[in-house]
Design a protein around this ligand. Structure first.
Ligand code: GNR
Ligand code: NI
Length: 198
């Protein structure tokens, strides 16, 4: 009898947990982030031509995924959506989501700048990358309207990093072969360690 009571209590708890979890699944979707050197990250993403509610939902899911992972930017290709969509939030309070559909660089500055970069698809790696200091570009918003853009500072760094993703490029491609090999080995070691723990 006592056993039956424990069992029923246990089932009650499990049911509550599932209800609780599904509540969150309804209001947000965390997407799985692909990790270097996954060949899926090497595809060229295709232009967005339809500006519908599916696109809006995709952007919301991407923002949730980016905030959850503590990133400042995310390209759709990183979550296995092969479309030219980028989300960014550079604000301290994480309350300024920016969405760039079909972002394009028109003109880069001659000046270059070195900046420390990390990537949600290359966890735990942080290296200096040299890129054009600023650029002029364009993008579409969620309604399909085209906007012009002059990016400098962190927005310039981050958008160039994201546009690289859309073209199948990852920030480690800008590093020396030796550094790239070291990074691959470090990530493999990290993966083996986490598999052994599980
Ligand atoms: O979270 C991120 N931080 C970051 C820091 C310096 C330069 C670029 C970035 S983007 C990165 C998130 C990411 O992987 N976007 O693709
Ligand atoms: Ni990245």
């Amino acid at each position: 009898m006592k056993q039956l009571e424990i069992m029923s209590n246990f089932l009650h708890h499990i049911t509550q947990c599932i209800l609780f979890a599904s509540f969150f699944l309804i209001i947000m979707a965390l997407l799985k982030i692909l990790e270097f050197p996954d060949p899926k990250l090497r595809q060229r993403a295709s232009e967005v031509t339809v500006f519908d509610n599916t696109l809006k939902t995709t952007c919301e899911d991407m923002l949730e995924t980016m905030y959850n992972a503590k990133g400042i930017g995310l390209a759709a290709i990183q979550v296995n959506i092969i479309k030219r969509i980028v989300v960014i939030d550079l604000s301290e309070e994480k309350n300024n989501p920016l969405i760039f559909v079909n972002p394009e660089i028109i003109k880069i500055s001659v000046d270059t700048k070195q900046h420390g970069e990390g990537c949600l698809s290359v966890p735990g790696i942080y290296e200096n990358v040299t890129r054009p200091d600023s650029f002029i570009g364009k993008y579409h918003d969620l309604d399909g309207l085209e906007h012009k853009l002059e990016a400098d500072g962190l927005l310039s760094v981050c958008l160039q990093h994201e546009i690289d993703h859309l073209n199948g490029r990852v920030f480690v491609d800008h590093l020396s072969r030796l550094k790239q090999e070291k990074i691959v080995r470090k990530l493999q070691k990290e993966k083996r360690r986490s598999l052994a723990e599980a």
